[in-house]
Design a protein around this ligand. Sequence first.
Ligand SMILES: Cc1cc2nc3c(=O)[nH]c(=O)nc-3n(C[C@H](O)[C@H](O)[C@H](O)COP(=O)(O)OP(=O)(O)OC[C@H]3O[C@@H](n4cnc5c(N)ncnc54)[C@H](O)[C@@H]3O)c2cc1C
Length: 347
Amino acid sequence: MHGGLAGMMHGLASQDGVASDPLNRLDERGMDRKSERSGERGATRVRSRVTIRKDDVQVPAPFAYERATSVDHALELLERLGPEARLLAGGHSLLPMMKLRVAAPEHLIDLDPLAVQLGYIREQAGEVRIGAMTRHREILASDLLARRLTMFTDAERLIADPLVRNRGTIGGALCQADPAEDLSSVIAALQGRAVIRSRSGEREVAMREFHVGPYETVVGEAEMLIEVRVPLREGAGSAYEKVKRRAGDWAVAAVGAALWLSGGTIEGAGIGTTAVGGGVTSERAEAALVGERPAEEVFDRAAEIAAEDCDPVADQRGSVDYKRHLTAELTRRALRRAAARALGAEA
Ligand SMILES: Cc1cc2nc3c(=O)[nH]c(=O)nc-3n(C[C@H](O)[C@H](O)[C@H](O)COP(=O)(O)OP(=O)(O)OC[C@H]3O[C@@H](n4cnc5c(N)ncnc54)[C@H](O)[C@@H]3O)c2cc1C
């Protein structure tokens, strides 16, 4: 488990009650630097002498750099280099944290060369499998996901901006475990699983159990996330609804809903919540839907339960009451759209 990152991020959060988005703090701390780059066998080491100073530029602490040539190579490096090594995927979360000195890994293991091997979205054995290095833009562009698991497409339309989506990966997003990250609740609502590999083998973990806390997952120090698997079921419809302050921003609150209908009755339901604390799902709201026929009063009840189950913090994005109100309203809207899609009434 990457407890170091979680510890550091908790520290950052507790300074001002902001539970996510270290990038918001980029202009609040600064540092002066002189750096030099020197080659070492098999690695590039960047050395910096740094004095932290407010309102100045920022550079990461010194680190050694390795490029993984295969999954096995990445795992071998993780095992050999130990807890001070960190995987680098798209770099959109890790590099800003390193510049802020919130993270200071001694070794970076670049996964970019694995973008082909681990960059895929395919249907196999009754599920959709998504490789850990699949970029946000590839998820957004996927016909398979748009047709069968539309919640992914809804969410990706609202994640960050094209610059971030071009580089950021599903593996990095899930392993960053930011409480405002969108794909965790999408996959949890859809009852997906994470495939985690180490040198001694592979294990699968339900996305509902993947997060240990903010910025903390069940992925161990010598393990990496390889793939995400989401089951495909008949009679399914899903949707994701998000409110954010401006284009490209993180969620104030967001909710994903999945419904599986059989003979007009809700046979199964998934509710995932983003940026509002509590668990990543509301199992009580899901239970309230099962066995019912899709209807406004049924959605209202589930929405009220989801709002009760969340546990938001007040921050620059809104008050606790506002976030609870959004959770209820977004649950209602996501359920309406999920039901319409399951019934073939909306694409
Ligand atoms: C301006 C901005 C706005 C954003 N807005 C949103 C938003 O609205 N919604 C949202 O969900 N996200 C948002 N993001 C985050 C975005 O989705 C990032 O792409 C994501 O958080 C990190 O993905 P990455 O590939 O860049 O990971 P990296 O930054 O490379 O890595 C993040 C962490 O995951 C670990 N890691 C990476 N890959 C693996 C792996 N395979 N196995 C184990 N550990 C791994 C790394 O070691 C690191 O600790 C935003 C980012 C930015 C910069």
